[in-house]
Design a protein around this ligand. Structure first.
Ligand SMILES: NC(=O)c1ccc[n+]([C@@H]2O[C@H](COP(=O)([O-])OP(=O)(O)OC[C@H]3O[C@@H](n4cnc5c(N)ncnc54)[C@H](O)[C@@H]3O)[C@@H](O)[C@H]2O)c1
Length: 276
């Protein structure tokens, strides 16, 4: 019997990356999964939904911009109509936002990052929590980041949104603990492709040359990767394995399980040794 047998999970940003890994992992453990992404629903169906269904799980796919209230409200209602309940909410969505100094960025760039990374978490919780409170059971898993805990220069909106997710998570945990609902955050670490994208963007912004091969080999080889990525403290990534969606999905599975019922308000790093 799977660890999530009989449970219903709603997972945002499941078109790729961490959201996809969590959807596949939860489904493998017996959960019925409602998944969404901003990409066309036919693409989400084909690349993720149909494959999970073929392995025997129930799947609902939605095209939802999770920074917008009405689409989130409708997605939650349709999931409740189809699956009868929601036990687990994984607010995975997150965009990188601009790599610029604050005085160079527009208010629109700032607001877009906050809307996708933070409003989405608020909206998911706002519409799912009444059902969890009704049934006196729930698991909420929000995605934060190592960035913010540890500054990554020129990336203030992303860092602000991710630290806000931690403050939101702790406060909500205090608010809903009495209803047998846990709320935790996962902070993924540097994924090679994402870090490469960011380091290139940073070099472009600063007008500096960027050597992809040097970045990749140093990223894999030593903690100096942090310096190259623009992170001025190299003391992380002790396992020297990098960090990927599977690492975070394993933690998400534990947080979603019944065994994690007394763990709440935590922000857990899956980055191989971030200690903040
Ligand atoms: N990958 C990393 O190295 C890393 C590191 C730290 C934190 N994180 C966080 O982990 C989470 C997952 O990151 P990832 O790298 O797997 O993401 P990703 O970029 O691989 O995938 C993000 C998905 O979100 C979807 N999306 C974007 N905007 C959306 C919107 N408004 N509504 C619905 N879907 C939308 C995209 O289409 C995409 O499928 C994010 O919150 C991210 O900030 C990632």
């Amino acid at each position: 019997m799977g660890r999530l047998e009989g449970k219903v999970a709603l997972i945002t940003a499941a078109g790729r990356g961490h959201g996809e890994a969590i959807a596949r992992r939860f489904a493998k453990e017996g959960a019925a999964v409602a998944i969404c992404d901003i990409i066309p629903v036919a693409v989400l169906e084909e690349t993720v939904g149909e494959q999970i269904r073929a392995e025997g799980a129930q799947v609902l796919c939605f095209q939802t911009d999770v920074s917008q209230e009405e689409p989130v409200k409708q997605m939650v209602q349709q999931t409740l109509d189809q699956f009868g309940t929601i036990d687990i909410l994984a607010n995975v969505v997150g965009i990188a936002g601009p790599t610029k100094d604050v005085w160079d960025m527009s208010l629109t760039e700032w607001q877009e990052t906050l809307a996708v990374n933070l409003d989405s978490v608020f909206l998911g919780c706002k519409y799912v929590l009444p059902e969890m409170i009704r049934k006196q059971y729930g698991r909420v898993i929000n995605f934060s980041s190592g960035t913010g805990k540890q500054p990554l220069s020129h990336r203030a909106p992303y860092a602000a949104s991710k630290m806000a997710v931690i403050g939101f998570t702790r406060t909500l945990a205090a608010d809903v603990g009495r209803y047998n609902i846990t709320v935790n955050a996962i902070c993924p670490g540097g994924h090679e492709e994402r870090s490469l994208e960011l380091a290139r963007g940073r070099a472009d912004y600063l007008g500096e040359p960027f050597d992809e091969e040097a970045f990749r080999s140093r990223f894999r080889a030593t903690p100096e990767k942090s310096v190259i990525a623009g992170r001025w403290c190299a003391d992380e990534g002790y396992t020297q394995k990098g960090a990927g969606p599977e690492d975070a999905a394993a933690i998400a599975l534990f947080l979603a399980s019944d065994e994690a019922g007394n763990m709440t308000g935590q922000d857990i790093n899956s980055g191989g040794g971030v200690m903040w």
